[in-house]
Design a protein around this ligand. Structure first.
Ligand SMILES: O=C(O)c1ccccc1NCC(=O)[C@H](O)[C@H](O)COP(=O)(O)O
Length: 211
Protein backbone atom coordinates (compact mmCIF):
# COMPACT_ATOMS: atom_id res chain seq x y z
CA UNK A 1 0.00 0.00 0.00
CA UNK A 2 1.42 3.39 -0.94
CA UNK A 3 1.82 6.04 1.75
CA UNK A 4 -0.75 8.14 -0.08
CA UNK A 5 -3.51 5.60 -0.51
CA UNK A 6 -5.12 6.64 2.78
CA UNK A 7 -7.80 9.30 2.69
CA UNK A 8 -6.65 12.84 2.03
CA UNK A 9 -6.43 14.76 5.26
CA UNK A 10 -8.05 18.17 5.65
CA UNK A 11 -6.89 21.36 7.32
CA UNK A 12 -9.23 24.31 7.74
CA UNK A 13 -7.27 27.53 8.20
CA UNK A 14 -8.13 30.94 9.62
CA UNK A 15 -10.59 29.87 12.31
CA UNK A 16 -11.78 32.61 14.64
CA UNK A 17 -15.11 31.39 16.05
CA UNK A 18 -16.20 28.71 18.52
CA UNK A 19 -19.07 27.52 16.36
CA UNK A 20 -16.80 26.95 13.35
CA UNK A 21 -14.47 24.83 15.45
CA UNK A 22 -17.35 22.76 16.78
CA UNK A 23 -18.61 22.01 13.28
CA UNK A 24 -15.14 21.37 11.83
CA UNK A 25 -14.42 18.82 14.56
CA UNK A 26 -17.80 17.16 14.06
CA UNK A 27 -17.07 16.88 10.34
CA UNK A 28 -13.82 15.03 11.10
CA UNK A 29 -11.47 17.78 9.93
CA UNK A 30 -7.93 16.76 10.87
CA UNK A 31 -6.30 20.11 11.58
CA UNK A 32 -7.45 23.61 12.49
CA UNK A 33 -5.29 26.61 11.63
CA UNK A 34 -5.10 29.78 13.68
CA UNK A 35 -3.57 32.83 12.00
CA UNK A 36 -1.31 34.55 14.54
CA UNK A 37 0.01 37.12 12.06
CA UNK A 38 -1.61 40.40 13.16
CA UNK A 39 -1.81 41.93 9.67
CA UNK A 40 -4.26 39.27 8.50
CA UNK A 41 -8.01 39.86 8.49
CA UNK A 42 -8.21 36.37 10.06
CA UNK A 43 -5.74 36.99 12.85
CA UNK A 44 -6.54 36.19 16.44
CA UNK A 45 -4.82 37.23 19.66
CA UNK A 46 -2.97 34.79 21.92
CA UNK A 47 -5.81 35.22 24.44
CA UNK A 48 -8.41 34.08 21.89
CA UNK A 49 -6.08 31.30 20.76
CA UNK A 50 -6.00 30.00 24.33
CA UNK A 51 -9.80 30.02 24.43
CA UNK A 52 -10.34 28.41 21.04
CA UNK A 53 -7.58 25.83 21.49
CA UNK A 54 -9.19 24.62 24.73
CA UNK A 55 -12.26 23.71 22.71
CA UNK A 56 -10.45 21.52 20.18
CA UNK A 57 -11.02 17.82 20.87
CA UNK A 58 -8.26 15.23 21.19
CA UNK A 59 -6.73 13.98 17.94
CA UNK A 60 -7.52 17.19 16.08
CA UNK A 61 -4.30 19.11 15.40
CA UNK A 62 -4.11 22.76 16.48
CA UNK A 63 -1.90 24.61 14.02
CA UNK A 64 -0.49 28.09 14.65
CA UNK A 65 0.35 30.11 11.55
CA UNK A 66 3.17 32.68 11.76
CA UNK A 67 4.78 34.97 9.17
CA UNK A 68 8.36 36.04 9.95
CA UNK A 69 7.49 36.70 13.59
CA UNK A 70 9.74 36.87 16.64
CA UNK A 71 10.60 33.62 18.40
CA UNK A 72 9.36 35.11 21.67
CA UNK A 73 5.86 35.60 20.28
CA UNK A 74 5.77 32.06 18.90
CA UNK A 75 6.90 30.73 22.31
CA UNK A 76 4.03 32.61 23.93
CA UNK A 77 1.53 30.78 21.70
CA UNK A 78 3.10 27.32 21.94
CA UNK A 79 1.17 26.05 24.99
CA UNK A 80 -1.99 26.09 22.86
CA UNK A 81 -0.56 24.52 19.70
CA UNK A 82 0.34 21.05 18.45
CA UNK A 83 2.09 22.13 15.26
CA UNK A 84 3.60 25.32 13.83
CA UNK A 85 3.04 26.55 10.27
CA UNK A 86 5.74 28.92 9.07
CA UNK A 87 4.24 30.99 6.26
CA UNK A 88 7.03 33.50 5.67
CA UNK A 89 10.70 33.32 4.72
CA UNK A 90 11.83 31.56 7.89
CA UNK A 91 14.97 29.46 7.41
CA UNK A 92 14.93 25.85 8.61
CA UNK A 93 17.19 26.66 11.55
CA UNK A 94 14.58 29.12 12.85
CA UNK A 95 11.71 26.66 12.37
CA UNK A 96 13.58 23.88 14.12
CA UNK A 97 14.32 25.73 17.37
CA UNK A 98 10.93 25.25 19.06
CA UNK A 99 11.06 21.50 19.64
CA UNK A 100 7.60 21.21 18.11
CA UNK A 101 6.49 19.57 14.84
CA UNK A 102 6.28 22.13 12.04
CA UNK A 103 5.35 22.56 8.41
CA UNK A 104 6.75 25.07 5.93
CA UNK A 105 4.54 26.99 3.54
CA UNK A 106 6.10 27.68 0.16
CA UNK A 107 4.64 30.12 -2.31
CA UNK A 108 4.85 28.85 -5.87
CA UNK A 109 7.04 31.51 -7.46
CA UNK A 110 7.99 30.79 -11.08
CA UNK A 111 11.54 29.89 -10.16
CA UNK A 112 10.92 27.75 -7.09
CA UNK A 113 12.86 24.48 -6.92
CA UNK A 114 10.71 22.18 -4.82
CA UNK A 115 13.32 19.42 -4.58
CA UNK A 116 15.79 21.95 -3.19
CA UNK A 117 13.15 23.24 -0.77
CA UNK A 118 12.44 19.69 0.40
CA UNK A 119 16.15 19.30 1.13
CA UNK A 120 16.40 22.70 2.83
CA UNK A 121 13.37 21.94 5.01
CA UNK A 122 14.11 18.25 5.51
CA UNK A 123 12.98 18.38 9.16
CA UNK A 124 9.56 19.76 8.28
CA UNK A 125 6.71 17.32 8.65
CA UNK A 126 5.30 18.47 5.31
CA UNK A 127 5.47 21.26 2.75
CA UNK A 128 2.36 23.38 2.28
CA UNK A 129 2.26 24.66 -1.30
CA UNK A 130 0.38 27.89 -1.81
CA UNK A 131 -0.20 30.37 -4.63
CA UNK A 132 2.27 33.22 -5.09
CA UNK A 133 0.97 36.76 -5.13
CA UNK A 134 3.66 39.41 -4.62
CA UNK A 135 3.22 41.27 -1.34
CA UNK A 136 0.68 38.81 0.11
CA UNK A 137 2.07 35.97 2.21
CA UNK A 138 -1.02 33.75 2.02
CA UNK A 139 -4.77 33.39 2.13
CA UNK A 140 -4.99 34.77 -1.42
CA UNK A 141 -7.86 32.57 -2.58
CA UNK A 142 -5.85 31.93 -5.74
CA UNK A 143 -4.84 28.60 -7.26
CA UNK A 144 -1.59 27.73 -9.03
CA UNK A 145 -0.75 25.23 -11.73
CA UNK A 146 -0.85 21.92 -9.84
CA UNK A 147 1.08 20.14 -12.60
CA UNK A 148 4.16 21.98 -11.30
CA UNK A 149 4.22 19.70 -8.24
CA UNK A 150 6.64 16.83 -8.88
CA UNK A 151 5.17 13.42 -8.08
CA UNK A 152 8.56 12.46 -6.66
CA UNK A 153 8.76 15.20 -4.04
CA UNK A 154 10.62 14.00 -0.95
CA UNK A 155 8.17 15.50 1.56
CA UNK A 156 4.39 15.09 2.00
CA UNK A 157 2.46 17.82 0.20
CA UNK A 158 -0.32 19.89 1.73
CA UNK A 159 -2.09 21.51 -1.20
CA UNK A 160 -3.37 25.04 -0.57
CA UNK A 161 -4.40 28.09 -2.53
CA UNK A 162 -7.87 28.82 -3.84
CA UNK A 163 -9.43 25.44 -3.07
CA UNK A 164 -13.21 25.41 -3.11
CA UNK A 165 -16.06 22.94 -3.30
CA UNK A 166 -15.85 23.33 -7.09
CA UNK A 167 -12.22 22.36 -7.58
CA UNK A 168 -11.11 20.32 -4.56
CA UNK A 169 -12.18 16.94 -5.96
CA UNK A 170 -10.13 17.55 -9.09
CA UNK A 171 -7.22 18.74 -6.98
CA UNK A 172 -7.28 15.58 -4.88
CA UNK A 173 -7.48 13.24 -7.84
CA UNK A 174 -4.82 15.10 -9.83
CA UNK A 175 -2.25 15.85 -7.13
CA UNK A 176 -3.03 13.08 -4.60
CA UNK A 177 -1.72 15.29 -1.79
CA UNK A 178 -1.20 14.19 1.78
CA UNK A 179 -3.67 16.89 2.78
CA UNK A 180 -5.62 19.86 1.47
CA UNK A 181 -5.77 23.24 3.17
CA UNK A 182 -8.58 25.72 2.71
CA UNK A 183 -9.47 29.10 4.10
CA UNK A 184 -11.27 31.52 1.77
CA UNK A 185 -13.14 28.75 -0.05
CA UNK A 186 -15.23 27.94 3.03
CA UNK A 187 -15.90 31.53 4.13
CA UNK A 188 -18.51 34.19 3.69
CA UNK A 189 -16.15 36.92 4.90
CA UNK A 190 -12.53 36.55 6.13
CA UNK A 191 -12.47 34.57 9.37
CA UNK A 192 -16.17 33.68 9.25
CA UNK A 193 -16.65 30.15 7.98
CA UNK A 194 -19.84 28.98 6.33
CA UNK A 195 -21.43 25.78 7.66
CA UNK A 196 -22.71 24.57 4.28
CA UNK A 197 -19.40 25.22 2.54
CA UNK A 198 -17.45 23.47 5.30
CA UNK A 199 -19.72 20.42 5.10
CA UNK A 200 -19.66 20.29 1.32
CA UNK A 201 -15.88 20.70 1.18
CA UNK A 202 -15.34 17.71 3.49
CA UNK A 203 -17.76 15.59 1.43
CA UNK A 204 -16.00 16.44 -1.83
CA UNK A 205 -12.60 15.50 -0.39
CA UNK A 206 -13.94 12.24 1.01
CA UNK A 207 -15.53 11.23 -2.29
CA UNK A 208 -12.43 12.11 -4.30
CA UNK A 209 -10.11 10.34 -1.86
CA UNK A 210 -11.69 6.91 -2.30
CA UNK A 211 -11.75 6.95 -6.10
O1 LIG B 1 -5.29 33.75 5.82
C1 LIG B 1 -4.52 34.70 5.89
O2 LIG B 1 -4.94 35.87 6.01
C2 LIG B 1 -3.05 34.49 5.80
C3 LIG B 1 -2.22 35.56 5.97
C4 LIG B 1 -0.85 35.38 5.90
C5 LIG B 1 -0.32 34.16 5.63
C6 LIG B 1 -1.15 33.07 5.45
C7 LIG B 1 -2.52 33.24 5.52
N1 LIG B 1 -3.37 32.20 5.30
C8 LIG B 1 -2.92 30.92 4.94
C9 LIG B 1 -4.05 30.03 4.64
O3 LIG B 1 -5.14 30.27 5.02
C10 LIG B 1 -3.83 28.82 3.89
O4 LIG B 1 -2.72 28.15 4.41
C11 LIG B 1 -3.67 29.03 2.42
O5 LIG B 1 -3.01 30.23 2.15
C12 LIG B 1 -4.94 28.88 1.66
O6 LIG B 1 -5.73 30.01 1.71
P1 LIG B 1 -6.93 30.15 0.66
O7 LIG B 1 -6.35 30.37 -0.68
O8 LIG B 1 -7.74 31.31 1.15
O9 LIG B 1 -7.72 28.88 0.74
Amino acid sequence: MSAYSARTRIKFCGLTRHEDITLAAALGVDALGFVMWPKSARSITPALLEELAAQVPAFVTRVGLFVNQPAEFIEQCLPYLDLIQFHGDEPASFCQQFGRPWIKALRMRDDIDLHQAAADYSHAQALLLDAYRPGTPGGTGETFDWSRIPSTLEKPVILAGGLTIDNVALAVSQVMPYAVDVSGGIETTPGVKDADLMTSFVKHVALASVQ
